[in-house]
Design a protein around this ligand. Structure first.
Ligand code: SF4
Length: 135
């Protein structure tokens, strides 16, 4: 039996709480708040306490899906990205850039959120940018 704890940062929001993820034989089993973290001082909200559960959930989407003939179908990342790029180009050409909006996520880094808004403004040409923290 192999047991480990790994100090890491919560992926759910920008507060950046720290905790230890417990693993037993390579499987995540528990979350333990970090008492020495200056951010959360040993406390977590309900999302942080349960953060270890979504990683191994069998309901988690791990591959891109594209709707084909009304059915969500697993596709490769290359196909999903090409499909999305083609659709964005067509919508922009037909309806203008402000017909497109971008919603960022608290589950990615600040740098990734920065890139998303840069893509929206510089590549697509819209200021329609928002974030799940406001939704
Ligand atoms: S534990 Fe809660 S408050 Fe802390 S980073 Fe995660 S979601 Fe945010």
């Amino acid at each position: 039996m192999e047991y480990n704890t790994t100090l890491t940062t919560c992926t759910y929001c920008g507060c950046g709480c720290n905790f230890f993820l417990e693993t037993l034989d390579g499987k995540l089993t528990n979350t333990i708040p970090c008492k020495t973290s200056p951010v959360n001082e040993g406390k977590l909200c309900i999302k942080g306490w349960n953060v270890h559960q979504f990683v191994q959930s069998d309901r988690r989407l791990t591959r891109p899906l594209v709707r084909k003939d009304g059915e969500l179908t697993e596709v490769s990342w290359d196909e999903a990205i090409s499909y999305t790029a083609d659709r964005l180009k067509k919508i922009k050409a037909d309806k203008g850039p402000d017909s497109i909006g971008f919603f960022a996520s608290a589950k990615v880094t600040n740098e990734e959120n920065f890139l998303m808004q840069k893509f929206a403004r510089a590549a697509v040409g819209t200021n329609n940018v928002d974030h799940c923290a406001r939704l």
